[in-house]
Design a protein around this ligand. Structure first.
Ligand code: NAI
Length: 559
């Protein structure tokens, strides 16, 4: 109610609908604050400000609107258009899944220019309605889970952490460049090392681009971006590594290469320093084999794109010591990420749960269901992209490799359908070569590839969108039950947090297992049994799921 009167409707909408805060200087320009006082002058500044207020020298806040904006906002028709456009934008952005922004627009439209008492009453009623709604409850829970995640390790373990002042990132590829960027953005010195001059230059360029983008988005200024970039030292050798506290390897996904890199690091770094791996599928325990001090090895698994995905899986290998574990955990927090400690089992947590979900998309395609229908079903559910589109992003070679590794280590239920092999044989690798399920031009999807019919055959299958959704999500819930049973992660809450922060699982659903609880574990159990008899043992329910469903329990509600 107050904001539009102070800074104008359009600017107020901008802040209210996004929940974005504005920096001091911009707040002053908007007329949101009367005066900005530099930190070092705050005492004198505050005194002067107070006396100016008392002397009546501070004029009443008025939105400093341009003539055009005054004309639009000042008449009922103009306002109606503004609110309608804003609501349309919100619906596109949220797909109608988040009620608060639409409610805010409604409140603004009903209260602008209304007598204050009536306006505040309307606002209070709207807020009360939202607060007790399901979405609000789900989001508050997710916020609580992200706060709890910071306290996942006991103080006795945390205090073993070493201080990290200097980081090395080994391998300047897609991940290495981006990891170096967030380390530097956090004002920590980092060495980015590769063995190939061209790769190193590309990695440094990638980091510089990301910093520039952050400056453009006003996360920090251009000048600060320059200073942060200067913290990255690109190298082809190990000079200065004796000063490095934490090395994060992000070289090619090959055990022999990673072991070789760790053995080299062991000779150039101090014995107390920590060796972390960003591997997405290899065993952290095996990677430490042959080292003099295997207890210094830990997994630090970032998600792509690194600057956007909040999750970091901190992987505890069989011999990982408290110092390495605590250092990795603390460092992830220092970077503003959400760390989740997971066991060293194939696929760790998030990729393991994505496995059956993505595989099922393959099985559905084999069954004649259209790419559009599969992706639509999961987009409607609230996933940031459908599974076919996600497979394109991951790349078919990486996806089949990861699927096979997980099937080998965990069980046949995780085996991919043969579909991706046929796609690869047909010269399709996903987005990276512009040919996946979708076609791409300059990195942007231009729609589903019509020539897919040559690989997939005609699309004659018929399933309801809700059936497609359940086929993909139920096995994911089932796999989470297996993972919990094996102790991959310590609680169902942690599974929910990891899936939201690592895959963009829709927060308004509260997380994978909260969604399953609300959907009904009994229904999912029966559903899985039906699919098992119809389509095979990959749907066989996990013991924990059976046990919970049969006693009317839940994963996430306190019993
Ligand atoms: P990439 O192929 O883009 O980069 C690998 C880089 O390592 C190349 O620049 C290569 O020149 C360099 N390299 C190879 N041997 C080296 C050595 N001995 N010393 C120093 N540098 C060396 O690979 P990408 O995609 O960045 O993946 C790196 C690691 O991160 C892999 O373990 C991968 O599984 C993991 N990962 C990848 C994700 C992704 O989405 N791409 C997501 C999460 C983890």
């Amino acid at each position: 109610v107050k904001l539009p009167a102070v800074i104008g409707i359009q600017r107020a909408l901008d802040m209210i609908l996004t929940g974005k805060a504005v920096p001091g200087a911009r707040a002053k320009r908007l007329g949101l604050v009367d005066r900005v006082i530099p930190h070092h002058e705050r005492e004198r500044g505050q005194r002067e400000f107070v006396s100016d207020v008392l002397a009546g020298k501070i004029p009443r806040a008025e939105p400093g609107l341009s003539l055009r904006d005054r004309l639009i906002e000042g008449n009922p028709l103009g306002r109606r258009v503004l609110f309608a456009l804003a609501a349309k934008g919100v619906r596109e952005e949220t797909k109608g899944n988040y009620p608060a922004p639409l409610k805010a627009i409604e409140v603004l439209s009903r209260t602008f220019g209304a007598p204050p008492d009536e306006a505040y009453r309307i606002e209070a009623e709207a807020r009360a309605e939202l607060l007790v709604g399901d979405v609000s409850k789900a989001l508050v829970r997710v916020f609580g889970l992200s706060q709890d995640a910071k306290r996942a390790l006991p103080e006795s373990v945390l205090e073993a952490a070493i201080e990290v002042n200097r980081v090395a990132v080994i391998g300047a590829g897609v991940m290495g460049g981006a990891i170096a960027e967030i380390v530097a953005a956090n004002d920590t010195d980092t060495v980015l090392k590769d063995i190939d001059r061209g790769a190193l230059d590309a990695g440094l360029r990638h980091a510089a681009d990301l910093l520039r983008k952050a400056a453009r988005a006003r996360v920090f200024t251009e000048e600060e971006a320059g200073l942060k970039l200067a913290r990255i030292d690109g190298r082809l050798d190990y000079e200065g590594f004796e000063e490095v506290d934490l090395a994060i390897e992000a070289v090619v996904e090959k055990m022999a290469v990673k072991k070789h890199v760790f053995s080299e690091l062991e000779t150039v770094m101090s014995p107390e320093s920590v060796l972390a791996t960003n591997t997405s599928s290899l065993s952290v325990t095996e990677m430490a084999d042959g080292l003099e001090r295997p207890e210094r090895v830990v997994g630090l698994h970032f998600f792509n794109p690194v600057h956007k995905m909040p999750l970091v899986e901190v992987i505890r290998g069989d011999r990982t010591g408290d110092a390495a574990l605590a250092t990795a955990f603390r460092f992830a927090l220092q970077l503003g990420k959400t760390p989740v400690v997971v066991a060293d089992t194939p696929g760790f947590l998030v990729n393991r749960l994505l496995g059956p979900y993505l595989n099922e998309a393959g099985h559905l395609l084999e069954q004649g269901i259209a790419v559009e229908a599969i992706d639509r079903a999961l987009l409607d559910f609230g996933m940031p992209m459908g599974p076919c589109r996600l497979l394109d992003e991951i790349g078919f070679e990486v996806a089949t490799h990861a699927g096979r590794e997980m099937a080998r280590g965990i069980g046949d239920r995780l085996a991919p359908s043969g579909l991706l092999d046929r796609m690869i044989e047909d010269g399709r690798l996903g987005k990276k070569n512009g040919r996946g399920f979708y076609l791409y031009e300059k990195g942007k999807s231009t729609g589903v590839d019509p020539s897919l019919v040559d690989v997939l055959g005609p699309r004659s299958g018929q399933l309801e969108l809700s059936e497609i959704r359940d086929r993909c999500l139920w096995p994911m819930v089932n796999e989470a039950a297996w993972a919990l049973e094996e102790g991959v992660v310590d609680s169902a809450d942690r599974v929910d947090l990891a899936m939201i922060m690592g895959t963009g699982f829709p927060p308004f659903r509260g997380g994978l297992l909260r969604w399953a609880d609300d959907f009904g574990l009994g229904i999912i159990l029966e559903g899985l049994r039906g699919l098992e008899s119809q389509l095979g043992p990959r749907f066989a329910p996990a013991p924990m799921l059976k046990e919970l469903a049969e006693r009317n329990g839940t994963f996430t509600h306190p019993s």
